[in-house]
Ligand binder design. Structure first.
Ligand SMILES: C[S@@+](CC[C@H](N)C(=O)[O-])C[C@H]1O[C@@H](n2cnc3c(N)ncnc32)[C@H](O)[C@@H]1O
Length: 351
């Protein structure tokens, strides 16, 4: 059978060779797979991995344990923290919103304590439209008591949404930006690849009538605080890390890092998961101090860095990080390809 791609006939057999079809299932959906991967993880809870190249550290620790986070940071002063805590209250744990906010306050204070005098904090969070826009709503209120200045409320538009015929489709990812002291903001990081199309907006500048394109710093638009140009990660993208259910696109992490840090800076991320912050730091010449409570995600993050250093690849597309140890196709047997997703109840799938 032939498949046509860009006008060229590509035999199906070649196509399947080009893209593996051997993903891990979502690791929050199956304890069976976590148990199989655990023996292949080099960190156990409490360990810190030191990058042999001396650039990064990965800790297997609890973000609310101040001693463990201090050990991770050990002598460095991160100028930027990018925190992406779990916020699916149901899948994560059955916590009340108050418990969740108390827990958040704890890692926010620990983050604040280890950040440099002038630093930025970004927090990815969700707003459940079926539950009073929580936890975002109470998180924002909680943050008013903390010594960090609120600077921006960014929304990134996902391509896939959780649809319903009776409400607006939920396609947003919220990103809060706070500062401590007076940190760097590199505005050029904000420019997208989207050309400016608005013309003919004239203004008098020092007696000269100028058109808006003449006045602008670039031919492309600024991302502003609504990001519509970031592709959500899915299985055809090289950066995809199957098994990870909450992976943030590298483009979004790189944008944050370019805007709010400089080369050589230390970056903190206490919720590593697929290691997107670690990889972005490697690519952009920063040093990353990252952690996850789960040894499997610590291992995935370290492997992603090593895989990039070895091959230049950003992820495994539709393969997976444990192919050496788990060689049989994951898709055989009872575990189905993860991206042909089970229907999720729309109101309960927020990461
Ligand atoms: C939303 S994911 C982070 C996604 C990540 N930004 C990425 O792009 O891959 C949250 C991660 O936090 C981890 N986690 C949950 N509770 C934690 C805790 N108390 N301390 C550290 N990590 C925790 C989970 O294991 C999960 O991998």
């Amino acid at each position: 059978m032939l498949a046509i791609r860009a006008g060229v006939a590509v035999p199906e057999v070649v196509r399947s060779f080009l893209m593996k079809n051997n993903p891990l299932p979502r690791l929050d959906a199956t304890s069976e797979w976590r148990d199989r991967l655990l023996p292949h993880c080099r960190l156990k809870f409490g360990d810190i991995w030191q990058d042999p190249e001396g650039k990064h550290r990965v800790g297997c620790l609890d973000a609310t344990d101040s001693e463990a986070v201090s050990a991770l940071v050990d002598g460095l002063s991160p100028t930027l923290a990018i925190q992406d805590p779990p916020y699916n209250l149901v899948a994560f744990e059955r916590r009340s919103i108050q418990e969740y906010i108390d827990w958040s306050r704890c890692w926010v204070r620990i983050t604040h304590a280890v950040l440099a005098e002038h630093a930025s904090l970004y927090v990815w969070l969700g707003a459940d439209q079926n539950d009073g826009f929580q936890p975002l709503a109470d998180f924002i209120v909680m943050m008013r008591q903390e010594p960090l200045a609120p600077r921006s409320f960014i929304t990134m538009r996902n391509q896939r949404g959780y649809g319903t015929q009776k409400n607006w489709m939920a396609v947003r990812q919220e990103l809060l930006y706070y500062t401590k002291g007076n940190p760097v903001f590199n505005v050029e990081a904000e420019y997208t690849d989207i050309p400016k199309i608005l013309r003919g907006y004239y203004k008098d500048v020092n007696g000269v009538l100028t058109e808006n394109l003449e006045r602008g710093k670039a031919d492309t638009i600024r991302a502003g605080n609504v990001w519509v140009d970031v592709q959500q990660v899915f299985y055809r993208m090289e950066e995809n890390v199957s098994g990870c259910y909450a992976q943030k696109p590298l483009k979004s992490v790189e944008r944050i890092m370019r805007a709010s840090s400089n080369k050589g800076d230390a970056i903190l991320d206490l919720f590593a998961h697929s290691g997107s912050t670690l990889l972005a730091a490697e690519i952009l010449g920063r040093s990353c101090l990252t952690a996850d409570i789960d040894p499997v995600f610590c291992e995935i993050s370290i492997r992603r860095l090593e895989h990039y250093r070895r091959t230049g690849k950003l992820g495994w597309q539709n393969g997976h990080p444990f192919e050496r140890e788990v060689s049989e196709p994951v898709t055989t047997g009872k575990v189905a390809a993860p991206r042909r997703r089970r229907e999720q109840p729309a109101e309960r799938t927020l990461f």
